[in-house]
Design a protein around this ligand. Structure first.
Ligand SMILES: Cc1cc2nc3c(=O)[nH]c(=O)nc-3n(C[C@H](O)[C@H](O)[C@H](O)COP(=O)(O)OP(=O)(O)OC[C@H]3O[C@@H](n4cnc5c(N)ncnc54)[C@H](O)[C@@H]3O)c2cc1C
Length: 187
């Protein structure tokens, strides 16, 4: 199969590349075509260096507002995340969120108090109302892969597998009309 790839290229909705089949995975920026249901959910994380703690597995913390985790990385680095705040605000991490993330780490192990903050960062997660991933076929040439929400890294392999299955089916012209598609989906 021949696939053209373009890196660092902005693609706008009114100038989509011409292709037999397009797989659109632009995250939250597909909102204009996926309807008002698709939204961004702000998440903030801290990356710290904290030697001497030796956590070897991710730890989940109970927090009244969002599930927080501390994920150990190489060389005594830890990622502490993540807040979950309605809105597509990409501004820098708020003081309250920074306090919550860092206090959570400090409450888990006092040695985090001597750690060093390497980075505080913000991003938005593409999210549909049911928080479940969705493959949306426009019935003509565009397949949109959406709503990985909080679990994008974790569920990406499964979503990719399902996408490949659907793409293979769509390349079979019998599946391209709505009856063929429904038959394929029911099979
Ligand atoms: C703070 C935070 C912590 C997280 N922690 C975890 C975690 O621990 N485990 C986990 O499984 N998931 C985690 N996630 C969720 C995960 O990051 C998302 O589910 C995942 O990134 C969504 O992937 P995506 O490819 O759909 O969208 P995105 O990651 O948003 O990727 C979309 C891509 O499309 C590009 N793009 C957008 N518009 C255009 C355009 N017009 N033209 C060309 N390119 C465009 C963007 O530059 C981007 O590269 C976290 C998210 C956040 C914000």
């Amino acid at each position: 199969m021949h696939v053209d790839t373009y890196w660092h290229a902005f693609v706008s909705e009114d100038a989509m590349p011409i292709a037999g089949l397009l797989i659109d995975c632009r995250g939250g920026s597909e909102r204009s075509v996926c309807g008002p249901g698709l939204r961004g959910l702000r998440g903030e994380v801290a990356r710290v260096y904290a030697p001497g703690i030796g956590l070897s597995r991710p730890a989940r913390l109970l927090h009244p507002r969002y599930p927080l985790y501390i994920a150990p990385k190489q060389d005594d680095h830890y990622v502490i995340g993540a807040t979950e705040i309605e809105g597509e605000d990409m501004s820098p991490v708020s003081i309250r969120s920074a306090l919550e993330l860092l206090s959570a780490a400090y409450s888990l192990h006092p040695a985090f108090g001597e750690g060093r903050i390497l980075e505080l960062s913000t991003h938005c997660r593409p999210t549909l109302p049911d928080h479940r991933p969705a493959l949306l076929w426009d019935g003509v040439s565009i397949l949109r892969v959406n709503d990985l929400y909080r679990h994008g890294y974790m569920i990406a392999p499964e979503v990719a597998r399902e996408t490949v299955k659907l793409v293979n089916a769509l390349l079979d012209t019998r599946v391209r009309d709505i009856d063929g598609f429904n038959t394929w989906r029911a099979s």
